[in-house]
Design a binder for this molecule. Structure first.
Ligand code: KIV
Length: 258
């Protein structure tokens, strides 16, 4: 039987790979039918806790949210983001990734970076920990404004080089965040593993977005974010109805009382 990871790799050049984030069971359960991969992203720091950067997210936060997400997934591949400062050396990375894999029962982890973390990813591979790569904008390393990547020749060459390095280290796919369209196309063509774009055009083999963004739960103004439905309105509508019915004593009626 094909492993979930192999199934994702085999989608390259055949059908788009659909990925979304989840931070809890109820969301994971609803999106699972429509996704190939669910990422417990460290974006939960800004989305749920209003942190200015993902650097404040801890390993324990990732583990607790991931345990909840695990309860909601039945078919998608589950990947957990390794937070900042949890993979600075081979031994630190292995210890923390093993902990995440064991406690959350996820299928693999995501690490940000290229050449700089080559040895770490290789070490994880040797220890049978599946890794999803992440290039382009690396939120854990950004200070200040996020700028798209691949405008200068230097940056383009570096990204291409990093993508090849990651492919050779054995990552099963690479997230490309805010990479210029033609460069995403070249990278996607030049490497054998899938690319998952976020703000990197439809030239990638798959797409990922933050679920709270596509549901309109955040106020994101980022260029690549599309609001597919307005859940905020629904939440407000439900709360307003509850408010009205409690005040007017319509709720709880006999039907809802013991
Ligand atoms: O943290 C995150 O949610 C991510 C994305 C690729 C969406 O890394």
């Amino acid at each position: 039987m094909l492993s979930k990871i192999n199934k994702i790799i085999l989608k390259k050049n055949k059908s788009k790979i659909i990925c979304l984030t989840a931070y809890s069971k109820n969301f994971a359960k609803e999106i699972d039918k429509y996704t190939d991969l669910i990422l417990v992203g460290d974006s939960l720091g800004s989305v749920l806790y209003n942190y200015k950067t993902t650097r404040k997210v801890t390993l324990n936060m990732m583990i607790e949210h991931s345990k909840s997400v695990r309860l909601g997934i039945s078919k998608s591949l589950m990947i957990v983001d390794m937070p900042y400062n949890t993979y600075r050396s081979k031994s630190e990375a292995l210890k923390n990734c093993k902990k995440v894999m064991k406690e959350t029962k996820c299928d693999g982890v995501k690490l940000e970076g290229g050449k700089k973390i080559k040895n770490i990813i290789e070490h994880l591979g040797k220890n049978k920990i599946p890794v999803l790569g992440h290039l382009g904008i690396l939120p854990q390393s950004v200070r200040g404004k996020f700028k798209s990547k691949g405008k200068s020749l230097r940056e383009r060459n570096q990204l291409m080089r990093d993508a090849k390095i990651l492919e050779n280290t054995g990552v099963f796919a690479i997230v490309l965040e805010c990479v210029e369209s033609s460069l995403s196309k070249t990278i996607t063509k030049e490497i054998k593993i899938p690319t998952i774009g976020i703000g990197s055009s439809n030239n990638c083999d798959g797409q990922i977005l933050v679920t709270d963004d596509i549901l309109g739960l955040t106020d994101s103004k980022i260029k690549f974010v599309k609001k597919f439905v307005d859940v905020k309105k629904l939440v407000a509508k439900g709360a307003k109805k509850f408010n009205t019915e409690v005040k007017s004593k319509k709720y709880p009626s006999k039907k809802y009382s013991y």
